[in-house]
Design a protein around this ligand. Structure first.
Ligand SMILES: NC(=O)c1ccc[n+]([C@@H]2O[C@H](COP(=O)([O-])OP(=O)(O)OC[C@H]3O[C@@H](n4cnc5c(N)ncnc54)[C@H](O)[C@@H]3O)[C@@H](O)[C@H]2O)c1
Length: 250
């Protein structure tokens, strides 16, 4: 049974792997036996994390499809193939919607939704050619509910898009050996949530709205990705795995 979760001989790329949830995913995939490449827009943090964990690093900006194509090509050239792709890079913006500029909207959608599509497309082309592969996109509970009290309509819309894009690709590629799933974390302690956690009103609302009464740690999200990347989930595609301390229950 435990062997079902092993990833020996597999190569993975994790976008946004320099820190936070991405870094925990990189660590979990390494623990499961995979060879891992970190893909990140931050070359300093990305290279430092890669050196500390003993992985490869590829500088990439997920909002630029040429950069994404080049990163996937680099991993394939170095490792021979890409078996597992975790499209995890993401940003958040908290502004009332009536004050959101076109640029504000675009910046969130371009990383969180365009970026996931560009990655899936590049990874999918390679995987379809080989007839096998697993893609895991990082959605969010924000794709299921609208967070409160902070405004973040662009983020919520993008994450709902990620979950439905995942299902759409899963349907297209299921009969060609490529599985596409997503995870939807609740609040997790990372740079992304630091500002919110230091705001008394936001923190109180977040914890009161979470049945488990706490935020998660990045290492509590990562095993869900190992499951979706491994033979243990061989009959899962188009699945969104919610890991949120119960937030979406209420
Ligand atoms: N932290 C949470 O509470 C939470 C909850 C649900 C979902 N998520 C999602 O999890 C993912 C990881 O979030 P995190 O909390 O670890 O955030 P984080 O800010 O700690 O890490 C995000 C990483 O993405 C990288 N990145 C940003 N823009 C990029 C780009 N254009 N190209 C390549 N890399 C880029 C950053 O350099 C950073 O390393 C995101 O998709 C986020 O939306 C986070």
């Amino acid at each position: 049974m435990p062997d079902l979760f092993r990833l020996d001989g597999k190569t993975a790329l994790v976008t946004g792997g320099a820190r936070g949830i991405g870094e925990a995913i990189v660590t979990a995939l390494l623990d499961a036996g995979a060879r891992v490449f970190i893909g990140d827009i931050d070359p300093v943090a990305g290279a430092a994390t890669a050196q500390r964990l003993g992985t490869g690093f590829v500088a990439m900006d997920v909002t630029d499809s040429a950069s994404v194509d080049a990163a996937v090509a680099q991993v394939v050239a170095e490792a021979g193939a890409l078996d597992i792709a975790v499209n995890n890079a993401g940003i958040v913006a908290n502004k009332p919607s009536e004050e959101l500029s076109d640029a504000d909207w675009r910046s969130v959608l371009s990383v969180n939704l365009d970026g996931v599509f560009y990655c899936c497309r590049a990874e999918g082309r390679h995987m379809l050619e080989r007839g096998s592969g697993c893609i895991i996109n990082t959605g969010s509970m924000s794709g299921h509910i609208a967070n409160h009290p902070q405004p973040q309509s662009a983020y919520n819309a993008a994450k709902a898009g990620v979950i439905h894009l995942t299902k759409s690709l899963a349907g297209e590629w299921a009969d060609r050996g490529v599985r596409v799933n997503s995870i939807s974390p609740g609040y997790v302690g990372t740079e992304l949530t630091k500002r919110g956690m230091s705001n008394e009103t936001w923190r109180t609302a977040w914890l009161d709205s979470t049945p488990m009464g706490r935020v998660g740690e990045p290492h509590e999200i990562a095993p869900a990705v190992v499951f979706l990347a491994s033979a243990a989930s061989s009959f899962c595609t188009g699945t969104d795995l919610v890991v949120d301390g119960g937030y979406t229950v209420w």
